[in-house]
Design a protein around this ligand. Structure first.
Ligand SMILES: Nc1nc2c(ncn2[C@@H]2O[C@H](COP(=O)(O)OP(=O)(O)OP(=O)(O)O)[C@@H](O)[C@H]2O)c(=O)[nH]1
Ligand SMILES: [Mg+2]
Length: 335
């Protein structure tokens, strides 16, 4: 399954501990043998494992529960039960797991190979052999196993990118990702071509910069219009945001304001990140009439906001753009 899934709720349970055994040695000629009930085995843990070959949570969306195995009960002749097998749950880097009911964050996995025990299996119960004392040489009781931990877990994926591309549909975000990186998202002349986030990497001064192309946002996106704003979660980890507007239809200023507005409604933290403004489709504004006006408005409204003009069609301005993206990233990393 290749669907892009970035949110899943799953019922998770660790294994219960096995019960301790009540047993007495029964050997010929030894009618009153001592207690020999073994301990139960511990229940398996629920463990998260970070796997960088995974890019989405779609492999978890097809299940509704994951359970580790219970420990086996103890038995006579002091035999201890075997421990239950752990449940290992693979997740992509950038996964956050929280308690679905309380919202409490329970874990976050960022790097390949990282593991986290999310739920502990129950301890096995002691068998009756353990309870033998001078006063009670033949205990007729043993401990039950402890229950394993349970959790209704919410898995949320936040992609790991340095800079997010934010823009209205058709502004040319995917074209930019194609022009700057080896990523190959679809580009088309209709709105909402991109329906799921897409990552691309470019190299500059021996550093890798990861860009995230997310679906376009429209007026009212924060209230769910268009594809809504839930995919903006993938901008949460970025150090900076690049606003992409298109020249050529006299809508650049209005677009910019709309992006700011929708982003502010979604998350004040995202608006506060360092930003770069990319005016794309410069080829459609050959006299730079719209560009000059756009620059004037944007650079006046926020003193340290820079505007870079490019055309992915003619490839003009792309070198400057790479340099400025790196500068903006560094600004974000210094904070
Ligand atoms: N003239 C011109 N057209 C461009 C330029 N960049 C992109 N386009 C065109 O604009 C249209 C939209 O480009 P996309 O890259 O798909 O836009 P997007 O922002 O990813 O759009 P959504 O995925 O729908 O949000 C396509 O027809 C592109 O060919 C440019 O620099 N100049
Ligand atoms: Mg696109």
């Amino acid at each position: 399954m290749n669907r892009f899934v970035d949110e899943v709720v799953l019922q998770l349970s660790a294994g219960h501990g096995g019960a301790g055994s009540v047993s007495f040695l029964r050997a010929k000629y030894k009618p009153k043998g001592g207690p020999d009930g073994g301990d139960g085995g511990r229940g398996g843990d629920g463990i998260l494992v970070c796997k960088s070959n995974l890019k989405t949570l779609s492999h978890l969306a097809i299940r509704d529960r994951v359970a580790a195995r219970d420990g086996e009960p103890g038995a006579g002749a002091n035999r201890n039960g075997r421990a239950g097998q752990n449940a290992r749950i693979d997740v992509p880097p950038g996964t956050i797991v929280s308690d679905h009911q309380s919202g409490e964050r329970r874990g976050e996995l960022l790097e390949e190979g990282e593991e986290k025990v999310l739920l502990r299996g129950g301890r096995g119960g002691r068998g009756n052999a353990y309870f033998k004392t001078a006063h009670n040489r033949a205990p007729r009781f043993a401990q039950p196993g402890e229950p394993g931990e349970q959790l209704t877990a919410r898995f949320e994926l936040q992609l790991i990118a340095d800079i997010g591309l934010l823009g209205r549909p058709n502004a040319g975000k995917s074209s930019l990702l194609r022009a700057l990186t080896a990523a190959r998202p679809r580009v088309a002349s209709y709105r909402f071509t991109t329906r799921t986030p897409y990552l691309g990497v470019f190299r500059r001064h021996d550093r890798d910069v990861v860009l995230a192309d997310v679906p376009g946002i429209i007026e009212g996106a924060a209230q769910g219009a268009g594809l809504g704003t839930t995919f903006l979660r993938h901008l949460a980890r970025t150090a900076a945001i690049a606003y992409v507007v298109e020249l050529g239809s006299d809508s650049a200023v209005e677009s910019y304001r709309l992006l700011e507005r929708e982003l502010a409604t979604y998350s004040p933290e995202l608006v506060a990140k360092p930003r770069l403004v990319i005016a794309n489709k410069l080829d459609l504004d050959p006299e730079h009439m719209e560009l000059s006006e756009f620059r004037r408005v944007v650079e006046n409204s926020l003193s340290n906001t820079r505007v870079v003009a490019v055309s992915t069609l003619t490839r003009s301005g792309l070198e400057d753009l790479r340099t400025m993206l790196l500068q903006t990233l560094d600004e974000g990393l210094e904070r």
